[in-house]
Design a protein around this ligand. Structure first.
Ligand code: IDP
Ligand code: MG
Length: 149
């Protein structure tokens, strides 16, 4: 089983899409192992998006992501990293396929509702930024016998 870090960004929270995002994750068969709403600090946001520190959109990205509450999750399942990237859809909602979160609900790259780690290494790094080990629940979903062969 693989872990990934998922965020409902402030635009997703403000637009009442927390439940929609969580519902898609749950229905896919992925397991939510940690969940929290908070306003991310500037330091945490800069660490989370450190790979983009030199990009022109970095200051506005940090200002935005820290401007209002977001929802952070650890999501677990087979190939969870790749699966969640596909559930979210392409970064630019213009390119995101219908049926994906960004394809169904977003128009602007700077307001694309969700985040998910782009590799297992990024997932480990991002989970460690946002959660303590003790906040991640180790349990089985009773329907796993139907989800996995
Ligand atoms: P990702 O969220 O699909 O992994 P990244 O390239 O890692 O996409 O970019 C992180 C976030 O930064 C994006 O989700 C988007 O909100 C924002 N972003 C990326 N590129 C641009 C841009 O060109 N203009 C404005 N915001 C951008
Ligand atoms: Mg990214």
């Amino acid at each position: 089983m693989e872990q990934t870090y998922v965020m409902v960004k402030p635009d997703g929270v403000q637009r009442g899409l927390i439940g929609e995002v969580i519902s898609r994750i749950e229905k896919k068969g992925l397991k939510i192992a940690a969940l929290r709403m908070n306003i991310i600090s500037e330091a945490t946001a800069k660490e989370h998006y450190s790979e983009h520190a030199e990009r022109p959109f970095f200051p506005s990205l940090i200002e935005y992501i820290t401007s209002a509450p977001s929802v952070s999750m650890v999501v677990v399942g087979k190939d969870a990293v790749r699966v969640m990237r596909n559930v979210n859809g392409a970064t630019n909602p213009v390119e995101a396929a219908p049926g994906t979160i960004r394809g169904d609900f977003a128009l602007d790259i700077g307001r694309n509702i969700v985040h998910a780690s782009d590799s297992p290494e990024a997932a480990a790094r991002e989970i460690a930024i946002h959660f303590k080990d003790s906040e991640i629940a180790d349990y089985s979903r009773i329907d796993e016998v139907c989800i996995y062969e």
